[in-house]
Write a protein that binds this ligand. Structure first.
Ligand SMILES: Cc1ncc(COP(=O)(O)O)c(C=O)c1O
Length: 389
C-alpha cells in the first residue's frame, strides 16, 4: 500500500532525538531550530517526560471518558496554576484543529449565534469549521465553505469596529492567533486584542484565543495573548502541550457552562496523554522555561536584527520570523542540506524559528554564526555572477 502523498518531504529520515538535536539514519546530527513543527517545548525525549510516559504505560494507557480519570484533574490544576487561569475549565482533545473546532462550536452553543470573525492569513486547522476559518482557499473543500465566516484584515481596528457597528449582534465569536504562525509570524497588537475583548463584551460574542502555535510559554508568556492584559473566553492549545505526544485542549472561562454531552471525544484526555502533558508542565515550571523563552528569544532577535541581508525580524520569545529576499531564496535549503539545521518556513519568503524552549545561548550562537556565514556566501555568489555578466 502507498502512503497518501500529501506532504512535500525532505529526503531525510530522522531516527533519534535529544533536546535540540535530531539524528538521521546515517548518524548525521541536525540542529532543530524548527522544534519539530513548533511542537517540541521541553526538548526532544526529555528524560522526565519519557519516564512519566513509561510509568503511565505500565499502569494504564487508556480507558474511556466514561470513568473518572484523576490525572485529568491533576493536569487541570497544574495548567490553571502555570497559565494563571485557575478559574477556567479544561476540555481535552487530541490536536490543534480539534481544539479550534471545539472552541468555535462551544461559542455557538453558548450564545446561539453563527457568525465567526477570523483574520487574513489566519490558520486554525483542517477540520470543517476550523478550515473554514482559515484564510487559505486551497485547503477548504467545497463542503467546508460557509457564509458563517468572515475574514477581516489582521490588526485593523477600524475594519473590526465597522464590522461590529453593522453586524455586531450577529457575531458569535472572534478567533485570533496571538502571533500568526503559518501566516508568517505576525504579532497581534495589544490594542487590537483589547479591542476584540471590548467588542465581544459589548456584543455578547466569544473571544477565542488560538494559542495552538504561539501558546504554551513559547512567546515568553504562557499565552502570547496575555501581552494584551485582557482575558479571552476560550484558549486553544496543542503543539507544545505534549512535547510531541498528541494532545490538545481548550481552556474555557467560568461563565461558559457545560451541559452533559455538549462536547466529547474517545481519545481526548486519556491517561497517557495526560501523563505526557503533566510532564511538560512540571519541567516548564521547574526549569523556568517561560522566562527563559523570553530572554533567549530577545537575544535571538537582537542578533538577527544585526544580520545584513535578512529583513523584518519579528516575533516574541522563541517564535521568531524574518523575510528572506529573493537573492537569498536558497537560504533555508542550504541551512538544511549544507549545515544540517532545520528551520520552518511560511510562504512565500519567511523563515520561521521555533526551537525548543530549552535551547541554549551556545546553540543559538552556533546557528547565528552559520546563518551569517551562509548569507554572506549566497550574497557573494550574487555579486560574482553580476560582475561576470
Ligand atoms: C494557530 C494554529 N491553530 C491550529 C492548528 C492546527 O493544529 P493541528 O495541526 O494539530 O490540527 C495549527 C497548526 O499548525 C496552528 O498553527
Amino acid at each position: 500500500m502507498k502512503l497518501f502523498d500529501v506532504y512535500q518531504l525532505n529526503d531525510i529520515t530522522i531516527v533519534k532525538a535529544k533536546d535540540s538535536y535530531v539524528w538521521d539514519e546515517n548518524g548525521v546530527k541536525y540542529l532543530d531550530m524548527y522544534g519539530g513543527h513548533a511542537v517540541i517545548s521541553i526538548g526532544h525525549t526529555h528524560p522526565h517526560w519519557v519516564r512519566r510516559i513509561e510509568d503511565q504505560l505500565h499502569a494504564i494507557a487508556f480507558y474511556s471518558n466514561s470513568v473518572k480519570i484523576p490525572i485529568q484533574q491533576g493536569l487541570a490544576d497544574k495548567l490553571g496554576k502555570i497559565s494563571g487561569k485557575d478559574d477556567y475549565q479544561l476540555f481535552l482533545c487530541n490536536s490543534g484543529a480539534e481544539a479550534t473546532e471545539n472552541a468555535l462550536k462551544l461559542a455557538s452553543f453558548h450564545n446561539g449565534k453563527k457568525k465567526i470573525i477570523a483574520f487574513r492569513k489566519s490558520f486554525h486547522g483542517r477540520t470543517s469549521l476550523a478550515v473554514a476559518a482559515t484564510d487559505n482557499p486551497a485547503i477548504v473543500a467545497p463542503v467546508n465553505q460557509t457564509d458563517n465566516v468572515v475574514f477581516l484584515p489582521f490588526n485593523d481596528e477600524e475594519a473590526l469596529k465597522s464590522y461590529f457597528q453593522t453586524k455586531g449582534n450577529e457575531v458569535c465569536a472572534v478567533i485570533v492567533e496571538g502571533i500568526q504562525g503559518v501566516g508568517g509570524i505576525n504579532v497581534a497588537t495589544e490594542s487590537f486584542l483589547q479591542l476584540i475583548r471590548h467588542l465581544c463584551d459589548q456584543n455578547d460574542a466569544v473571544y477565542i484565543a488560538d494559542s495552538v502555535q504561539c501558546g504554551y510559554g513559547r512567546s515568553g508568556k504562557f499565552f502570547s495573548h496575555d501581552y494584551a492584559c485582557v482575558n479571552a473566553d476560550i484558549y486553544c492549545m496543542a503543539k507544545g502541550m505534549g512535547n510531541g505526544f498528541p494532545v490538545g485542549g481548550i481552556l474555557i472561562a467560568p461563565h461558559i457552562k457545560p451541559k452533559p454531552g455538549m462536547l466529547g471525544t474517545t481519545f481526548g484526555g486519556n491517561q497517557l496523554a495526560c501523563a505526557a502533558a503533566l510532564a511538560v508542565l512540571e519541567v516548564m515550571e521547574q526549569d523556568d522555561l517561560i522566562e527563559k523563552a523570553k530572554q533567549r528569544g530577545q537575544y535571538l532577535m537582537n542578533r538577527l536584527k544585526a544580520i545584513k541581508g535578512i529583513e523584518n525580524v519579528r516575533g516574541r520569545g522563541l517564535m521568531v520570523g524574518f523575510d528572506v529576499p529573493d537573492e537569498l531564496k536558497d537560504l533555508r535549503k542550504n541551512l538544511l542540506y549544507k549545515h544540517n539545521i532545520f528551520t520552518g518556513e511560511a510562504k512565500p519568503n519567511v523563515i520561521r524559528l521555533l526551537p525548543a524552549l530549552t535551547i541554549t545561548r551556545k546553540l543559538m550562537d552556533e546557528f547565528l554564526d552559520v546563518l551569517q556565514e551562509e548569507i554572506a556566501s549566497l550574497l557573494s555568489v550574487q555579486v560574482e555572477s553580476s560582475v561576470g555578466n
